[in-house]
Design a protein around this ligand. Structure first.
Ligand code: GDP
Ligand code: IMO
Ligand code: MG
Length: 423
């Protein structure tokens, strides 16, 4: 049985949480494969909005198993808070939520290191969510990290202390004053570890292999987006994990030939939160309007998201790198009322126009070349089927499908689970 993947194709916040929630009815297992609490995945149904950071977005389905894979980094404190928020919904977490023993732990001092590194960068800062993601993945690849499985060892507190001491030495090098109460943070940390240990801690790759053998349907849930990928994103303004399809192989232990469909999610326009180049970014009333109508504020940090037109050069790149088989277009409703819709189809560079995503997309090197399409004025949020979509939105979708050579199978017209149109 193949594993399907669901990935963000832009700079994150495409609406992955919403679509995973919608698709979960067709799957037995939802498995997160990378990232950590830098993610904020929003789901809305029955008038309630939920934001998940570490827990996969299939958690509200009555029977689906949700698995946090080895590629994920977990902050037990944030994880515990997520669990507490779920309490009113009576979800049988003890059987429905599994954690890989190979997942790495974010320590309080990882967060401190993140803050110190950002401060030291000054104007060149990444705009990190400051959740300790970078330092935790550095310890993973540096072979110093603490994994969930470490917590089952008798001497885990000594190992914690060793790693903490290493971090404190590193922090000395930064010579910065950070407003952080480490003692208090450690009290919370140790407390939350107990909560984490109540979940089934599993050999997740083995669990998934057995499930595949038994014919279970598995959906791998990505975090962030392809343009934040450590290799293919707008480096160094990226996150520290492989957000692209290959990340599902390493982050879950799934072989490439076990991958079935690759669902690529994108917004009908583009947003980015944090620093880094963004060729189609708007600094005018149009961008402001996208942000306002789209309620573009980060689900994790509350920061305003930068907004701009759809960048097809970047989107084609993401479709190619991930091997996307089906596209899902989100937030078409936000563009209602724009008389004209612009789409970037090439970049102007000092060497002439190019139609591929180059090494550096800084504003002094690339300027977007736009194609203009007709807008639509209708409110889409109440529409229930594809044949009700306005003519000019059909034309927009047809144009994108042709350019991307990939079908758009879902058009999302609002944040709620029900505001989802299948084509
Ligand atoms: P994720 O990180 O990819 O899961 O996305 P986020 O949850 O960070 O951001 C997506 C935001 O858009 C959330 O506030 C969603 O509730 C909202 N959203 C998702 N789909 C739609 C849509 O089709 N229309 C509108 N207006 N909002 C949407
Ligand atoms: P979801 O899963 C949007 C951005 C940060 C920053 C950069 C590095 O909700 O789509 P990090 O905390 O990883 O060191 O930050 O990546 N970033 C995201 N932007 N959505 C996310 O996740 C993001 N996770 C990280 O803003 O620019
Ligand atoms: Mg998000």
């Amino acid at each position: 049985m193949a594993v399907d993947l669901l990935l963000g194709l832009q700079w994150g916040d495409e609406g992955k949480g919403k679509i995973v929630d919608v698709l979960t009815q067709s799957y037995d297992i939802i498995a997160r494969f990378q990232g950590g609490p830098n993610a904020g995945h929003t789901l809305e149904f029955d008038g309630i909005k939920h934001v998940l950071h570490t827990i996969p977005s299939g958690i509200f389905h009555p029977t689906a198993i949700n698995l946090i894979g080895n590629g994920v980094v977990i902050d037990p404190v944030i994880f515990q808070k997520e669990i507490e928020k779920l309490e009113p919904f009576n979800i049988a977490l003890e059987t429905k939520l599994l954690i890989s023993k190979k997942a790495h732990l974010i320590l309080p001092t990882h967060r401190l290191l993140d803050a110190a590194a950002e401060q030291a960068k000054g104007k060149a800062k990444i705009g990190s969510t400051l959740k300790g993601i970078g330092p935790t993945y550095m310890d993973k690849t540096g072979r110093n990290g603490m994994r969930v499985g470490t917590l089952l060892l008798e001497d885990w507190k000594e190992r914690y202390e060793q790693l903490k001491q290493k971090h404190l030495h590193l922090l000395d090098q930064f010579q910065q004053e950070l407003a952080f109460d480490l003692e208090q943070a450690e009290v919370e940390f140790f407390d939350s570890i107990e909560a984490l240990k109540k979940c089934p801690l599993v050999d997740s790759e083995h669990y998934l292999h057995q499930a595949m053998k038994a014919g279970k349907k598995i959906l791998a849930e990505g975090a962030q987006g392809s343009l934040l990928d450590i290799d293919f994103g707008t480096y160094p303004f990226v996150t520290s994990s492989t957000t692209t399809a290959a990340g599902a192989c390493t982050g879950l232990g799934i072989a490439p030939n076990s991958i079935g469909d690759v669902f690529g999610i994108f917004k009908a326009y583009t947003t980015r939160v944090g620093s880094g180049p963004f060729p189609t970014e708007l600094f005018d009333a149009d961008g402001e309007r996208m942000g306002k109508v789209g309620n573009e504020f980060g689900a994790t940090t509350g920061r305003a998201r930068r907004c701009g037109w759809l960048d097809l050069v970047a989107l084609k790149y993401s479709v190619r790198i991930n091997g996307v088989t089906q596209l899902m277009m989100m937030k078409g409703d936000v563009l209602s009322g724009f008389p004209k819709i612009k789409v970037c189809t090439a970049y102007q560079t000092p060497e002439g126009p190019i139609d591929y995503f180059p090494y550096d997309v800084s504003p002094e090197l690339v300027t977007p070349i736009y194609t203009e399409l007709e807008g639509w004025s209708e409110d889409l949020t109440q529409l229930g089927s594809a044949d009700q979509l306005p003519e000019s939105l059909h034309a927009y979708i047809d144009f994108l499908e042709k350019e991307l050579e990939t079908p758009i199978k879902i058009v999302s017209v609002g944040p709620d689970r029900t505001q989802t149109i299948f084509r």
